[in-house]
Design a protein around this ligand. Structure first.
Ligand SMILES: Nc1ncnc2c1ncn2[C@@H]1O[C@H](COP(=O)(O)OP(=O)(O)OP(=O)(O)O)[C@@H](O)[C@H]1O
Length: 265
């Protein structure tokens, strides 16, 4: 929820959409603990599209879950648009998410018994806002599904379902949209459509997007890539190309492997 006094960090730059300060996440009980995030600090400007990459187990999903208020950091602070996600209970955190955050999942997570239109209206209803059908229709037209409003998710292709999920994430006009492997379940062409759509919502509407991906081509649609390894940010790359990302990932995987071998020797 909004920090106890709702205050922004003292040195919040203007136009900052997301800020993490010293975020640590430890899973498991004492004696059997995993440090998933080890002191992550970052600041992302509004209207930016950031890809998060790193080897398997490096903490990408944990980072997204903590930044989006779906999970709580063990330590550290998270600010979305200057308001702090704090530990004041599940209900407050849920309210915070509904008002400020959109989420796109790998498996779409649409409600199967609701139509396309009803799926998109749902977050407005949950946020206690007017179920504005005109707004929902406009967002669905933007994602190219203006003619499929009454269809059920099962009557759509995977790529179309993900576009409904994007419309659902955008309809509340959230400060930040978090996407976890949004193209992981899609064929190449549908993936390209979904990525272009995300890119367009940044360029046209100033949306802020943070996307976890394993795919260098997907990452190349972002303005910048953040690299994670062993729960820490180990690199930043602006204006990424797929080739440059793939090369960096290869080096990162080799480096992590080398460090683990040395540590285990
Ligand atoms: N609920 C949990 N309980 C215990 N350990 C967890 C839990 N969730 C994640 N972890 C551990 O935290 C570390 C980071 O996991 P995370 O899923 O964030 O990595 P990732 O980079 O998203 O991996 P992948 O690319 O394979 O999806 C891993 O060592 C993982 O095993």
């Amino acid at each position: 929820m909004i920090g106890r006094k709702g205050q922004a960090p003292a040195d919040q730059p203007p136009g900052e959409a997301l800020r993490l300060e010293g975020v640590r996440k430890v899973y498991g009980a004492e004696g059997n603990q995993v440090m998933a995030l080890d002191g992550v600090s970052l600041s992302l400007p509004a209207g930016s599209f950031t890809a998060v990459m790193g080897p398997s187990g490096s903490g990408k999903s944990t980072l997204l879950q903590c930044a989006a208020g779906l999970d709580r950091p063990t330590e550290g602070r998270v600010f979305v648009d200057g308001a702090e996600l704090s530990g004041d209970g599940e209900a407050a955190l849920t309210k915070f998410r509904r008002q400020r955050i959109g989420f796109v999942f790998q498996q779409f997570n649409l409600l199967p018994t609701l139509s396309v239109m009803q799926n998109v209206l749902l977050p407005l209803r949950l946020a206690g806002r007017k179920a504005d059908r005109r707004e929902a229709r406009a967002v669905l037209a933007r994602v190219g599904l203006g003619e499929r409003l009454d269809h059920l998710p099962a009557e759509l292709s995977g790529g179309q379902q993900q576009r409904v999920a994007i419309a659902r994430a955008l309809v509340t006009r959230p400060r930040v949209v978090f996407a976890d492997e949004p193209t992981g379940a899609l064929d190449t062409r549908s993936a390209r459509d979904v990525l272009s759509l995300l890119q367009e919502s940044v360029r046209m509407s100033g949306q802020t997007i943070v996307m976890v991906t394993h795919d260098p081509v997907a990452a190349s649609y972002a303005d910048a890539v953040l690299y994670l390894a062993d729960g820490r940010i180990v690199g930043h790359q602006a204006a990424p190309t797929a080739e440059a990302v793939a090369e960096r990932m290869t080096h990162l995987a080799d480096e992590v492997e080398r460090q683990r071998t040395t540590a285990g020797a």
